[in-house]
Ligand binder design. Structure first.
Ligand code: FAD
Ligand code: NAD
Length: 508
């Protein structure tokens, strides 16, 4: 028999290997992929040992289950037996054991708050933590802890409302000046009206069941100089409202964004177009009751139910084109979200996404991400590999249209072959039309006809490419691609004496 080493899983390119801030991923044994785990949860096997019963778990009880073969973890008040999941965890058993017998919520949130653990671990649910009757001395109850945290951040916003015969206007006073229209996300679905305002790293939520019906369309206005947001709702009937409505979960709360749950709304697939042999441009339409704009450099999560389990993956919206003449006529930017997505035939999520028919629904989360483009830049360098090009699309559009201080924008785009290059002709045309922009394609596995650069990211390549327009020019370098590419790139940039503030890397 041939001694062929088994392919490690996740594959080196798999998202299940994506790490942030140096978290390492371990190769999983064959038969231990996410799909295998989903099959296991559907097998009818008793994964808790409790034969379907749910119990109340005390802290003392939780502490006892701290071994690999008997490991309970609490996430947001729910206790799971994660022993059967150990071998399937992409971060490895040791990572999971860090929370053994304890509350792993913070650890979980640090690493992958977006992973839908409720769905993935539902067969491992032991029960809820028993509520403590008294608060131990010296500790604040949770609500006060949140208040204390909020006091360290920006000042809590407040809201009010007023009406005319035909309109109800909700006014949010943020007490912040630099607010933009994309800081407000509004969703009106069935009985629930939600308006989430993002202020620095905090989230302010208005969540109410309105007392009367409203029409589908509403307007959102931000009055920047006073930090005021006005949401004007059109009454269905011109009667006077005595109250705005009934408060729903977390109404009027102001919490660190990481503690606010991710909210999803269902969007319709409008079109799907081939861009390269394996990458497609997907267009999704937001529901009529949603106001959402994804800020430049941020991503959202797409959610699909795959064989009964909700699977969530991050994607970075793009504009529909880099060039004005390619823009879809009559498609207002704020109703449609575009994605460039590479379909991996052996992947879990993208083949399912590719199977969707026009008109089918996909859940889309609110935006996440930390990217902020500095205002006064002279040189912008973009290092993208494969679909790592996606955050660069909006950055490029934004920079070339809005940043008058810019002298040079340079994109170095790494791909395997010529066929893999996304929007090559658009990029070449943009470079031709706008003298501030240059693009260079670097291929790692080109055909013999390729006349351009043939290599991987390297110090020589970057030192030649990253030439400032003047000695003291203000520079930003954005980098995005497969994790080893990004990590290698960051190391090289540090060696080339670029400071942390001059580098933004896109990771999960
Ligand atoms: P996965 O299941 O993760 O598989 C990926 C690779 O691993 C494939 O090559 C597959 O063949 C291989 N593989 C899978 N199972 C096995 C196995 N058992 N053994 C060996 N190999 C295996 N991607 C985009 O295309 N566009 C974007 O805009 C985008 N934005 C992103 C933004 C962020 C912040 C991040 C972190 C990632 C982004 N990604 C984007 C990547 C995206 O989230 C997914 O990781 C990607 O679509 C792959 O998902 P998948 O489930 O289809 O593949
Ligand atoms: P790919 O496998 O086709 O590789 C593209 C290029 O990346 C290669 O030609 C090579 O130059 C470089 N590269 C690949 N592996 C490398 C390695 N081990 N060391 C050094 N360089 C390497 O790329 P793809 O399949 O399009 O994958 C794109 C990646 O970008 C995915 O991992 C995806 O998750 C990530 N991505 C991240 C974000 C984000 O974090 N915001 C957004 C989009 C895509």
């Amino acid at each position: 028999m041939l001694n062929v080493p088994s392919q490690s899983f996740p594959a080196p390119s798999s998202q299940q290997r994506v790490s942030s801030e140096g978290r390492s991923k371990v190769p999983l044994k064959p038969g231990r992929s996410l799909m295998d785990w989903i099959r296991m949860t559907k097998s009818g096997k008793d994964l808790t040992g409790l034969k379907g019963r749910l119990i109340e778990v005390t802290e003392e009880e939780l502490k006892k289950h701290n071994k690999k073969d008997d490991c309970w973890i609490c996430i947001r008040g729910c206790v799971y037996n994660v022993s059967p999941y150990m071998e399937y965890h992409p971060g490895g058993e040791d990572e999971l054991m860090r929370a053994a017998g304890s509350d792993g919520t913070d650890l979980f949130d640090q690493v992958h708050r977006w992973v839908n653990y409720e769905s993935m671990l539902k067969e491992c649910l032991i029960g809820r933590m028993a509520v403590k009757p008294t608060v131990p001395k010296g500790m604040l109850p949770k609500s006060q802890v949140t208040d204390t945290l909020a006091k360290e951040g920006p000042i809590s916003p407040s809201y009010d409302w007023f009406q005319t015969a035909s309109l109800v206007t909700i006014v949010i006073y943020t007490k912040q000046k630099d607010l933009k229209l994309d800081s407000v996300i509004v969703d009106h679905q069935y009985d629930s009206f939600r308006a989430e305002t993002i202020i620095k790293d905090y989230s302010y939520l208005i969540h109410i069941e309105l007392s009367h019906e409203i029409q589908e369309d509403f307007s959102v206005r931000v009055i920047q100089n006073v930090g005021k947001i006005e949401i004007a709702l059109k009454k269905k009937e011109n009667t006077s409202w005595e109250c705005l409505g009934r408060p729903l979960e977390n109404h009027n709360s102001f919490v660190p964004k990481k503690d606010a749950g991710l909210y999803y709304r269902k969007c319709q697939l409008i079109s799907k177009e081939d861009v390269t042999h394996d990458t497609k441009l997907f267009c999704l339409m937001l529901p009529p009751g949603t106001h959402l704009q994804v800020p430049t450099g941020q991503h959202v999560y797409l959610k699909l139910t795959i064989t009964g389990t909700e699977i969530v993956k991050p994607y970075t919206p793009v504009s529909d084109s880099l060039l004005p003449e390619f823009k879809e006529p009559g498609f207002p930017d704020n109703r449609y979200i575009y994605f460039l997505i590479k379909i991996y035939p052996a992947g879990l999520f993208t083949p399912e996404l590719d199977q969707l028919q026009i008109g089918d629904l996909v859940s889309v989360s609110s935006p996440e991400g930390s990217f902020k483009i500095p205002q006064e830049l002279e040189d912008l360098f973009l290092l993208a590999a494969g679909t790592g090009f996606t955050p660069m699309v909006k950055i490029l559009n934004y920079a070339l249209i809005n940043m008058s201080s810019l002298r040079k924008v340079k994109l170095m785009f790494f791909n395997k072959t010529e066929d893999d290059i996304i929007w090559r002709s658009q990029l070449e045309k943009l470079a031709f039309n706008d003298k501030r922009f240059d693009v260079e394609f670097v291929l790692s596995a080109p055909t013999s006809e390729w006349k351009g650069k043939k290599e991987h990211i390297s110090p020589g390549l970057l030192s030649e490419f990253l030439k400032r327009s003047s000695d003291k020019s203000r520079v930003l370098i954005c980098i995005c691609g497969p994790t080893p590419f990004t990590e290698q790139g960051i190391r090289i940039l540090h060696d080339l004496n670029f400071s942390k503030d001059e580098i933004h890397s896109f990771t999960a």
